[in-house]
Ligand binder design. Sequence first.
Ligand SMILES: Nc1nc2c(ncn2[C@@H]2O[C@H](COP(=O)(O)OP(=O)(O)OP(=O)(O)O)[C@@H](O)[C@H]2O)c(=O)[nH]1
Ligand SMILES: [Mg+2]
Length: 201
Amino acid sequence: MIRIVKSEFLSSAVTAEQYPASSFTEFAFVGRSNVGKSSLLNTLLNRKSLAKVSGQPGKTRLVNFFQVQFKSGEEDGYFSLVDLPGYGFAKVSKTERDKWKVMINEYFSSRLQLQGVFVLVDIRHKADPKDIDVIRMLAETGKTCCVIATKSDKIPLSKQAASLNGLKIGLGLRTEEIFAFSSLKKKGIPEILKWIEKIVI
Ligand SMILES: Nc1nc2c(ncn2[C@@H]2O[C@H](COP(=O)(O)OP(=O)(O)OP(=O)(O)O)[C@@H](O)[C@H]2O)c(=O)[nH]1
Ligand SMILES: [Mg+2]
């Protein structure tokens, strides 16, 4: 399995002209505000606060690019990770929410390097129409995605399989994988690395 060697913040962007020119294979994290996208990125990269995290939804407001160096055996390689603003956050103005939507849509429709998308959903919640929309949109645009059920530390292990199965049916997943993840307990990292490896190696 690949090993993360080094990671760094590259830049933040609003529009496509501002995206970094990097041509490395890219992976993005998308999902509702507060679902744990930025936390997952930090956990995966074993960094405390490379991506900004907050208990208040709406923390990430720009498209944030990170560059990651990995090792596979003796070989070195690179990929990029992108932390996106969350959707479905009621407490910001409609104008602001519309702005985020445009930002996210522009990213998905214009970024050719984007090869894989992680759709994050809270393991405790039922399938959300907004997540169903995103998964459908990704399928239509031909982007490979997998679903990560976050905050798995919040429910007992004995109930996780049933929750994952409920989400799988509710989200209408076919070939897409789904697995549980916890930043708090650092669970689910190998599953993510294996999924990335299938695309970058
Ligand atoms: N218990 C638990 N809490 C978590 C986990 N992951 C994230 N959190 C908490 O959930 C809150 C939101 O985390 P973020 O990583 O900022 O969420 P986000 O999806 O990036 O949110 P936005 O940037 O607003 O879209 C923070 O208080 C985190 O500490 C987890 O695995 N377990
Ligand atoms: Mg965030």
